[in-house]
Design a binder for this molecule. Structure first.
Ligand SMILES: *Cc1c(COP(=O)(O)O)cnc(C)c1O
Length: 400
C-alpha cells in the first residue's frame, strides 16, 4: 500500500505548481502568429510584467529559461574583457558568474558562503578598491534558490552609491519574482532577469530581461550584440515577430496571460506578496518546532535574510535524501534536492533538502507538505521536536 495516490504536490523551487487555469488556457489549437488575438495578448503581457517588476523601464521577452536570461543580460551590456563583481550567496551566483566567464568576461567573486546574504559594507569596500572603475556591473542574485538567502537589494544599491561607483546593478529574480516583493526602480536596479516557471506559475520556456535607461546607455558601448540576444527589437518591436526574433512561444503566451490575470488583476500584487510572507512564516514556525530536538535546522538563521519563496533545510546525511524519497513514495510530495551545499559525490550531500513554497500555493497545500514532512520524520525515526503543525497552523489562522 502507498498513501501517495491522489494529486501529487511538487514542492521543489521551480518549476512550480501550475494553476489548472494556466494549463487550460494553453490547451488549444495553434493560433495564427500573423494576425489575430495572439498579437494583442502578447502586447498586454508587457505592462503586467512591468507591474510585477515595479518598473517603468523596458522588458524584452525571450524563448528560453533562466540561463538564457542570464546570457541575454550580459550580452547586451558587456564586452569581452570587461569585468563584473559577483557577490555570491549560493550556487546560482556562481552559475551566473560561470556564464559570464564563458562569454570572456572577467569575474571577481565576493564570497558570502552558503548561509548568509550579501553584506553591503563588504560590497562597498570591494567597489572602493576598484579605483579605475574596471568593474562594469554587479551581478547580484536577489534570492539564491540553493541557500534560500535573500539579499537586501536597496542596501546593495546604497553601497554602490556610497562607493561612488558607476557599475550597473543587475539582479537575478528568477527564483522569486511575484513571491518576494521586488521594486526594480525604487531599489535602483538597472537590469533584472526572471523566468516563467517559478513565481509566474507558467511552464519553463519563457524568460524576461528588464532594463532601464542606464543599461540602455551601457549597451551603446558594446561592440557587438548578436541578433538573437539583442534586447532592443524585442522591447520595441516594429513587427510582431521581433518580440521573439521568430515564432512566438504561442502557448506560453496564453498561459502567462492567465497567470498574470490571476496575480495582477485578481488577487493583486500586495495580497500575493502577503500570502507568500505568511506561508513562509508558517514554514519557519514548523521548522523552529522541529529544530528543538534532533538534526533539523534552517539553512538561513536570520529571518530577514530568508526568502518567502523557498526554504533550504539542513538535516544531516543521509536523512535529507531519505526524507525526500519517503515523501515522494509515501505521501505524493516531491521536495527539492539540496543544491551546491556539498560536492555531489560527497555522502554529506544527502543531508539537505529544500521546500519550494512559491506561486500557486495556499495554506492547505503548504500544511499538507509540512504534515507530510512531519510524517516522514516519524516514519524514518529522525528525531524532531513536536508541535510543528500546531505552530504552522497558528500562523495560517489569519483572516485575509
Ligand atoms: C531557477 C533559477 C535559475 C536558473 O533558471 P533555469 O530556468 O534553470 O535556467 C537561475 N537563478 C535563480 C535564482 C534560479 O532560481
Amino acid at each position: 500500500m502507498s498513501l501517495s495516490n491522489g494529486r501529487h504536490t511538487l514542492a521543489i523551487p521551480g518549476p512550480s505548481i501550475m494553476p489548472d487555469r494556466v494549463l487550460q488556457a494553453m490547451h488549444r489549437a495553434a493560433p495564427n502568429i500573423y494576425t489575430g488575438e495572439l498579437i494583442d495578448i502578447t502586447a498586454s503581457l508587457v505592462p503586467d510584467l512591468k507591474a510585477v517588476a515595479q518598473t517603468s523601464g523596458n522588458v524584452a521577452m525571450y524563448v528560453g529559461n533562466g540561463h538564457a536570461a542570464w546570457e541575454a543580460a550580459l550580452a547586451n551590456t558587456l564586452n569581452r574583457g570587461d569585468k563584473v563583481l559577483v557577490p555570491a550567496t549560493g550556487r546560482f551566483a556562481h552559475g551566473w558568474a560561470e556564464m559570464a566567464q564563458q562569454m570572456g568576461i572577467e569575474v571577481e567573486i565576493l564570497e558570502f558562503g552558503m548561509r548568509a546574504s550579501v553584506d553591503p559594507a563588504q560590497l562597498e569596500e570591494a567597489l572602493k578598491a576598484d579605483k579605475d572603475h574596471k568593474i562594469k556591473a554587479v551581478l547580484s542574485v536577489f534570492v539564491d534558490t540553493s541557500t534560500s538567502a535573500k539579499s537586501d537589494t536597496a542596501a546593495i544599491r546604497a553601497a554602490m552609491d556610497a562607493a561612488l561607483h558607476p557599475a550597473l546593478l543587475m539582479s537575478d529574480c528568477i527564483a522569486c519574482l511575484a513571491c518576494d516583493a521586488f521594486e526594480m526602480d525604487a531599489w535602483g536596479v538597472d537590469v533584472m532577469v526572471t523566468g516563467s516557471q517559478k513565481g509566474l506559475m507558467t511552464p519553463p520556456g519563457m524568460c524576461f530581461v528588464f532594463f532601464n535607461e542606464k543599461a540602455e546607455a551601457a549597451k551603446s558601448q558594446v561592440d557587438y550584440v548578436s541578433g538573437y540576444w539583442n534586447w532592443s527589437p524585442r522591447a520595441n518591436p516594429q513587427g510582431y515577430y521581433q518580440y521573439w526574433c521568430g515564432t512566438a512561444p504561442t502557448h506560453h503566451v496564453y498561459g502567462l496571460r492567465e497567470a498574470l490575470n490571476m496575480i495582477v488583476h485578481e488577487e493583486g500584487l500586495p495580497a500575493v506578496f502577503n500570502r507568500h510572507a505568511v506561508l513562509a512564516r508558517a514554514v519557519w514556525a514548523a521548522a523552529d518546532a522541529w529544530a528543538t530536538e534532533g538534526p533539523f535546522e534552517l539553512n538561513i538563521t536570520d529571518p530577514a535574510a530568508r526568502s518567502h519563496a523557498v526554504t533550504s533545510v539542513r538535516i544531516g546525511a543521509p536523512a535529507g535524501t531519505q526524507l525526500r524519497n519517503w515523501l515522494t513514495e509515501n505521501a505524493g510530495v516531491t521536495l527539492g534536492i539540496g543544491l551546491g551545499m556539498e560536492d555531489e559525490t560527497d555522502p554529506n550531500a544527502d543531508g539537505y533538502f529544500r521546500i519550494g513554497h512559491m506561486g500557486h500555493l495556499n495554506s492547505h497545500m503548504l500544511l499538507g507538505t509540512l504534515g507530510s514532512i512531519d510524517a516522514g520524520m516519524k516514519a524514518l525515526g529522525i528525531p524532531h521536536g513536536s508541535g510543528a503543525l500546531e505552530a504552522a497552523s497558528r500562523v495560517c489562522a489569519v483572516r485575509g
